[in-house]
Write a protein that binds this ligand. Structure first.
Ligand SMILES: NC(=O)c1ccc[n+]([C@@H]2O[C@H](COP(=O)([O-])OP(=O)(O)OC[C@H]3O[C@@H](n4cnc5c(N)ncnc54)[C@H](OP(=O)(O)O)[C@@H]3O)[C@@H](O)[C@H]2O)c1
Length: 249
């Protein structure tokens, strides 16, 4: 496992690239959307909250970035029709996809397995694990049309260091890493589609605050602080990075 820490604080050109980011309404996904647009990418903002997505859209336009697209999509409830519509829209509007970042996730309960709420377990596994698999499957034809596409599954430290009471979140992220590895092996030989897992490390976001309510947020890096690692992988420079699992800090 390698650290990409040296790339944070740096920028990499994403000019002309089309990048879809889930969870673009907040936390890491929002920070990545702003930084990718600043680096020249056309960003498809995927999220469930239209008002929050509109604000990110406006920030990008106000900063002079390429006009983004909004893909309103509730990952918990989307059906086959919604996935097909998203894939068709990307294909029709852009004709290809150069980057796909699976940043959206939900924390679920922080309780012992003995008491873990089963419906919550199912929802967390669906949103964090099954949805990135489906989205990758339906968007793969567009990724394949790119000269140089990168997909990033946002991972977590609970994969390498499992801890009690992280429940479905820990299981979903371990499964996501396995999914990432399968995609990587199955796409081996298609060097125009790179596949990464990235553990962003701790970041000052609503998810972190929910997981560590007693922590002083000021002691935790902002999501923007780790974006350089992601931009590196999404850019042409990232072609130097082999498929695999990386740490952003
Ligand atoms: N924060 C950390 O310290 C940390 C550490 C390791 C890994 N991570 C990982 O980093 C990624 C980003 O986390 P974060 O800290 O930025 O979390 P966050 O602040 O809670 O943001 C999560 C994002 O996912 C979206 N989302 C959740 N459920 C959704 C659904 N059903 N449909 C559509 N969108 C949904 C949220 O949308 P709404 O705005 O609508 O809620 C939000 O945009 C996650 O994969 C997380 O596991 C975070």
């Amino acid at each position: 496992m390698s650290s990409l820490q040296q790339f944070n604080g740096r920028s990499f050109s994403l000019a002309g690239r089309v990048i879809l980011i889930t969870g673009a309404s907040g936390g890491l996904g929002r920070a990545l959307a702003l930084e990718c647009a600043r680096a020249g990418a056309t960003v498809a903002l995927c999220g469930r909250n239209g008002a929050k997505l509109d604000r990110v859209y406006d920030e990008i336009v106000a900063a002079g970035g390429p006009q983004p697209a909004i893909a309103k999509f509730d990952l918990a409830t989307a059906t086959a029709v919604d996935y097909d519509a998203l894939a068709s829209t990307i294909e029709r509007e852009f004709g290809r996809l150069d980057g796909l970042v699976h940043a959206a996730a939900m924390l679920g309960d922080r309780t012992p397995l003995e008491q873990y709420d089963v419906p919550t377990w199912c929802k967390v596994l669906h949103v964090n694990l099954t949805v990135p698999f489906i989205l990758t499957q339906v968007l793969l034809p567009s990724l394949r049309k790119s000269a140089d596409a990168a997909m990033i599954f946002v991972s977590s430290g609970v994969v390498t260091h499992p801890r009690p009471f992280w429940g479905a979140y820990a299981v979903s992220k371990s499964g996501l890493e396995a999914t990432r590895e399968l995609w990587s092996q199955e796409l081996e030989g298609e060097r125009n589609v790179r596949v990464y897992g990235v553990d962003p490390g701790k970041m000052r976001t609503p998810m972190r605050a929910a997981a560590y309510p007693g922590e002083d947020p000021k002691t935790v890096p902002a999501p923007a602080d780790v974006c350089g690692a992601f931009l590196y992988l999404l850019s042409e420079a990232g072609r130097d990075a082999a498929d695999g699992h990386y740490e952003a800090q």
